[in-house]
Design a protein around this ligand. Structure first.
Ligand code: NAI
Length: 334
């Protein structure tokens, strides 16, 4: 049995996390879900958007499956996602990007994984108002953070039989900051002789990603480039609705879909649960439930191929419940 903290989240979060629980049940993996509210719901229930009980649960279980959490724009409490990343030092944002049969895009043979540094760069949040007409934002790149994300990418590559890591940068212009990032990436690359290493300037990388995405295997990059590139890559295989995500540190992991809480469709039973289900697939692999992970993944591929029981965002008319039931049927009938 596995102990996992489950954060249903806001908006469509409870509907899609319920779908995950149902599917994991159908595949026969026993999970003790420790359900914790964070975000708007927690604020209403216990006047704290990130209650101590949720923090304690994550500390105890170390693995979290998280639904999306609403963040108020320009007001309200600090983003729970940012707070969780900082509290648990989740320095690597990992997104597997893979073509799926049944989802029509320009390419059908994309298979890459993006490693985005999650804690610094322009996202350090240091913005100084110098005068009424001048604001400066500071880009922070440290040797330690560059080193650990490079280590993570190469270690993952070796473990998962990936052949090449491509570091994406703009060190021709940001010679010192991106230069430091590359310096550490190169040092780590030297230790992994079995994995090919190359570098691309970010603008050129974007063109190549669109024209020839098959040339990429594992991408290693800083926070801002990673943020942009990972959505570009999601678009290459069909959008955010089918992309899993993970926030990873040395001690804790949060698995979550990349999309938000979709308040416009919340409570209507039409949310697509595939992105969070694919995140759960990554979680099952991590907890050594490879067989269950493959069963769910194959069921998702078959569902997409047959084009039946798809939710409206994928061009179908099924409800979340109907799609979930069909996935369970595909899993149990094999
Ligand atoms: P969103 O991703 O929630 O929605 C954008 C559009 O995609 C909407 O039309 C929505 O209906 C649709 N959509 C999203 N997920 C879907 C799904 N699973 N199935 C079907 N349709 C789906 O982005 P938006 O509207 O910008 O953000 C809403 C809230 O979510 C905001 O408060 C934002 O801060 C938060 N958010 C939270 C994230 C997280 O917790 N990881 C990530 C991104 C946004």
């Amino acid at each position: 049995m596995h102990n996992i903290t489950l954060i249903p989240g806001d908006g469509i979060g409870p509907e899609i996390t319920d779908a995950v629980k149902t599917v994991i049940d159908a595949v026969g993996v026993t999970v003790q879900w420790d359900v914790k509210q964070v975000g708007l719901k927690a604020l209403k229930e216990c006047e704290d958007p990130l209650p101590q009980s949720a923090i304690d649960s994550i500390k105890a279980n170390k693995i979290v499956l998280k639904g999306p959490v609403t963040t108020q724009v320009g007001r309200g409490f600090k983003s729970i996602n940012v707070t969780l990343r900082q509290t648990f030092n989740l320095y690597a944002n990992i997104r597997p990007i893979k073509s799926m049969q049944g989802i029509r895009t320009l390419y059908d043979d994309i298979d890459m994984v993006i490693f985005r540094e999650n804690t610094e760069d322009l996202y350090a949040g240091i913005e100084n108002v110098i005068s009424e007409n001048r604001v400066e934002a500071i880009k922070v790149i440290t040797r330690q953070a560059s080193r650990r994300i490079a280590e993570k990418a190469f270690h993952y590559s070796r473990q998962n039989h990936r052949k090449k890591v491509t570091a994406i940068h703009k060190a021709n212009i940001m010679k010192k900051s991106d230069g430091l990032f590359l310096e550490e990436a190169r040092k780590v690359a030297e230790k992994y002789e079995d994995i090919q290493y190359d570098e691309l300037i970010v603008d050129n990388a974007c063109m190549k990603l669109v024209q020839q995405p098959q040339m990429f295997d594992v991408i290693l990059t800083e926070n801002l480039y990673g943020d942009i590139i990972s959505d570009l890559c999601a678009g290459l295989v069909g959008g955010l609705g089918i992309i899993p995500g993970m926030n990873v540190g040395d001690d804790y992991m949060i698995f979550e879909a990349v999309h938000g809480s979709a308040p416009d469709i919340a409570g209507k039973n039409i949310a697509n649960p595939l992105a969070i289900l694919l995140s759960a697939v990554e979680m099952l692999k991590y907890i050594h439930e490879q067989g269950a992970a493959s069963s769910i993944q194959n069921a998702i591929y078959r569902l997409l191929e047959t084009k039946n029981y798809l939710t409206p965002d994928l061009g179908g008319s099924a409800t979340t419940t109907e799609m979930t039931e069909e996935l369970c049927r595909l899993i149990t009938n094999k």
